[in-house]
Design a protein around this ligand. Sequence first.
Ligand code: PLP
Length: 377
Amino acid sequence: MLYDFDKPTDRKNSNSYKWDRYAPEVIPMWIADMDFEVAPPIKQALIDISTHAIVGYNHTPDELTEVVIERLKTRHGWEIQKEWIVWLPGLVPGLHTAARCISDDYYAVMTSSPVYKPFLEAAEIGKRRLQNIPFIWQNDRWEMDFEEMKRTVNPSTRLYMLCNPHNPTGRVFDRSELEQLVAFCLENNLVLCSDEIHCDLILDDTKQHLSIATISKEIENQSITLLAPSKTFNIAGLGCSIAIIPNKELRQNFEKTIYGIMPRPTGFSYEAALAAYKSCEDWRVELVAYLKQNHDYLLKEMNSIPGLSMIAAEATYLAWINYEKTGIENFTEVLEKNGVGVMDAKIFGGEKHFRLNFGTQRAVLEEAVKRIKNSLS
Ligand SMILES: Cc1ncc(COP(=O)(O)O)c(C=O)c1O
C-alpha cells in the first residue's frame, strides 16, 4: 500500500460542513465527503496555483477535456465528442438544470425514492411537477417499480432522473434493469438524466458500472449524463462537474437555462479535476480497497446488532441501514445522543433507515460502531 488511509486527520476548525454540524463529541457521518487527505498530485496542483498566486478567470484546460474523453472511452466504452461536454460548478446544479431545461411548460419529472434529496426537490423548485415512484424491495434488492412507472407516466412527463450507482441504497443497476428503463424512456419519449457521480467507487467485484448512454444510440440522443471527480477523489469542496449532452437541441436548452446564472468552475477546481483524472488512479484503487474493508466490517457489525440490518452496498461509501425492528421512532436522534451523526431516511423520501458515511479512518468507524451498539443496549 502506498497510501495511508488510517492516518488521522483533524477537520475541526476548518469550516467543514460535516464536522461543524454537531456537538464536538459527535462523530459526523452524514454528508458525503470523506475524511481523507487528497492524493499527492491534487495537493501539488493546488500548491502550484497558490504559488503562482494569480487567480483570474479560467477556461477549461484542453488536457482536461482530452482526459475526460479518453477516460469515458477506455473505462466505459463510450465515445463522446468534445462539444457534447458542458462544464458545471457542481453536479447538483446539473440536476436542477435538467429538471427545467426540456421545455418551457409545466412538465412532470419522474424519479424513484429513496434518493439523494435534490432529485426530489429539483422539479418543484424549477416550477415543474414531481412524479415519485418509490423503489420496491424485491429479489433481495431495491428495484425500480416499472409497473407503477408505466401506470403513472403520461404525456406531460418529459424526464426520468436516475442515480446510478445509487445514493443512498448503494445499488449498481445491472444491464437488464437499465435496458428496461431505457425502453420505458424511449416508449414515452422521456429524456433520461443519469447522475453517475459514484461510478468510480464500485465496491462489489461482481458489478460493473454501465453508462446509460452506451445502451443504445437512441437513448444517447435523449440523455444527459452527469459526472464529476468530486466524490471519488474527495474534492467536493472545489466544484467541477460535467454534463454530457449529445443532442444539440437539448444541449442548447441546457446551456440557455444556465446562461448568466451559473459560474464556470474555477482554476483550482479545473486543475484538481485534471490531476485527479490524470494522475490519481493508483490512489483511487487503494481507496476503493480501503472502503471495501470498511464496508465489510460495518456490514458484519450492523447485522450482528438485534434490530438493525444492512444490505451490502455495491458502490459508494454510504451505508443504508434499516432500523425498523428496533421499534424506535426517532432512532437517528437516539444515535446523535449516543455520539453518531447520521442522516435519516426521511431526507431521502424513505423510511426506517439511516444513511451512514463510512468514508473515514477505520478507527473512527470502529468507535462509531461501538456507540451504535451502546445506543441499543
Ligand atoms: C448522487 C449525487 N449527486 C450529486 C452529489 C453532489 O454533487 P455536487 O456537490 O457536485 O453538487 C452527491 C453528493 O453526495 C451525490 O451523492
